[in-house]
Design a binder for this molecule. Structure first.
Ligand SMILES: Nc1nc2c(c(=O)[nH]1)N[C@H]1C(S)=C(S)[C@@H](COP(=O)(O)OP(=O)(O)OC[C@H]3O[C@@H](n4cnc5c(N)ncnc54)[C@H](O)[C@@H]3O)O[C@H]1N2
Ligand code: MOO
Length: 416
């Protein structure tokens, strides 16, 4: 089935998946790659696969402090003559003969002729004679890490499109990589609309509200890897907004606004966007987050998403629609992590609409994920978003979610 573009969907109510697929068509290709020092690469996305330039480990080495010896013969005996030592970084120069051993430390290369390490705790020493206690328990090859057992030279160590978390940074360092090629961070311009919306720190007029959305959006976008361009609260002046948006379209990969998308509003944002490109207003069969605007602006058709003004609807639509677009820009999979959990409370739902409730999941005594809602689910109640660690998604074919039903949870924090 071909996916329709944002402007071909018409007036009907859209499904969440359909809307997300259409938005992903606006993300034209992946962002350019750039080289960054490994120490600054945390959270970035690898632009190309990294192959191991050599075997890892590079040499067969000891996993214990003890002695290295040859255990391949049928009766290796119990007493060995120590003929030298190998330290990490200082190999033993020579070959072990029958009945010989060397002292060895963890990580030191095994000399030719040795295939087994017996740890210190299992040894008795008398001058250069070493006796292996409980020799019946020794297994040939024990306590030895084979060259290439982690990675073979030329094998892909980390695939392209992978976000670099702590373990990946450690692995890249162990491969000697001082720099890595990662995708440029997606640049997202963010602004708020609404005459009543006031910047925190400024005096608040009667019936005005402080601008919550820009801050929750900037937080979500940064958490998911974006570089944010803060355009503030747009002035009530269409010409000024056109100038600001034209600028944003030149520098940003995506423009995100909140407010002014419900029906029947005389809105200068809409007029400004239409002067610079195209805009379509959507109604999505979801709650919260039903009204949304989708458009393109500027010569490069930079995508613009107008998210609903209600603070929870704004965050939910950012998670469900904008976060997958960021993933696509960075060359990651846009599929979001979600898990099954047992409902510990009832959740709001209705056939024909995807419902997102704020939930808290935890592991119960049997080790199962259990999720309860965080109370008042009004679209303006940000404190129930603060108490939540997930969204509970009840799909459009489901008319109720009661206690003990299985539901899907989407973590609110970045998982991959
Ligand atoms: N007749 C209809 N009315 C409404 C509909 C509808 O379909 N028909 N949809 C409702 C839904 S659902 C939502 S969500 C909102 C979306 O409204 P807008 O995007 O036009 O947003 P505003 O009207 O500007 O604001 C709604 C609400 O949110 C507050 N807000 C706005 N911006 C911010 C901000 N930056 N920080 C904090 N709070 C903000 C604003 O004060 C309003 O209370 O429309 C419903 N109405
Ligand atoms: O889409 Mo609007 O979500 O809540 O109040």
């Amino acid at each position: 089935m071909t996916t329709l573009s944002c402007f071909d969907l018409g007036e009907r109510m859209l499904g969440v998946v359909e809307a997300r697929d259409a938005l992903l068509t606006l993300v034209a290709g992946r962002l350019a790659a750039e080289k960054v020092p490994l120490a600054r690469a945390h959270g970035r996305v690898l632009a190309e696969a990294v192959e191991a330039p050599f075997d890892v480990p590079g040499h067969t080495n000891s996993a214990m402090d003890g002695v290295a010896l040859n255990w391949s013969t049928e009766d290796p005996g119990e007493v060995f003559l120590q003929v030298g030592e190998a330290l990490a970084g200082q190999p033993f120069q020579g070959r072990l003969g029958e009945g010989e051993c060397i002292a060895i430390t963890t990580g030191a290369p095994l000399p030719p002729g040795a295939d087994t390490v017996v740890m210190l705790e299992q040894l008795e020493r008398d001058g250069d004679r070493v006796r292996v206690t409980r020799a019946d328990r020794v297994k040939q090859g024990q306590n030895v890490r084979q060259a290439g057992e982690d990675l073979r030279a030329g094998q892909v160590a980390i695939a392209a499109g992978r976000r670099l978390e702590a373990a990946a940074l450690g692995l890249l360092a162990s491969l000697g990589q001082a720099e890595v090629r990662v995708r440029r961070r997606p640049r997202v311009a963010v602004f708020s609309t609404g005459d009543e919306v006031t910047a925190p720190g400024e005096a608040r007029a009667q019936a005005a509200i402080y601008d919550a959305n820009r801050y929750s959006l900037m937080g979500l976008l940064q958490e998911h890897g974006a570089e944010v361009i803060d355009l503030g609260i747009v002035a009530d002046d269409t010409d000024a907004l056109v100038e600001q948006l034209a600028d944003a379209a030149r520098t940003a990969d995506l423009v995100v606004s909140s407010g002014g998308v419900s029906v029947g509003q005389a809105d200068h944002t809409r007029e400004a966007v239409e002067r610079l490109g195209r805009l379509t207003l959507w109604r999505i069969a979801m709650r919260p987050g039903r009204p949304m605007a989708c458009g393109v602006i500027g010569p490069d058709e930079t995508p613009l998403l107008g998210l609903p003004g209600n603070p929870v609807a704004c965050m939910v639509t950012c998670l469900v629609f904008v976060v997958p677009m960021l993933a696509a820009l960075e060359g990651r999979s846009p599929t979001q992590p979600r898990w099954k959990a047992v409902a510990g409370s009832a959740f709001r739902s209705r056939v024909g609409r995807t419902d997102y409730s704020r939930g808290v999941f935890h592991c119960d005594a049997d080790g199962n994920l259990r999720v309860v809602n965080t109370g008042n689910q009004g679209s303006g109640i940000l404190s129930s978003m603060v108490s939540a660690n997930c969204l509970v998604e009840i799909p459009e074919d489901t008319d109720s979610a009661s206690i003990d039903d299985i539901v899907m949870v989407l973590p609110l924090f970045r998982f991959s």
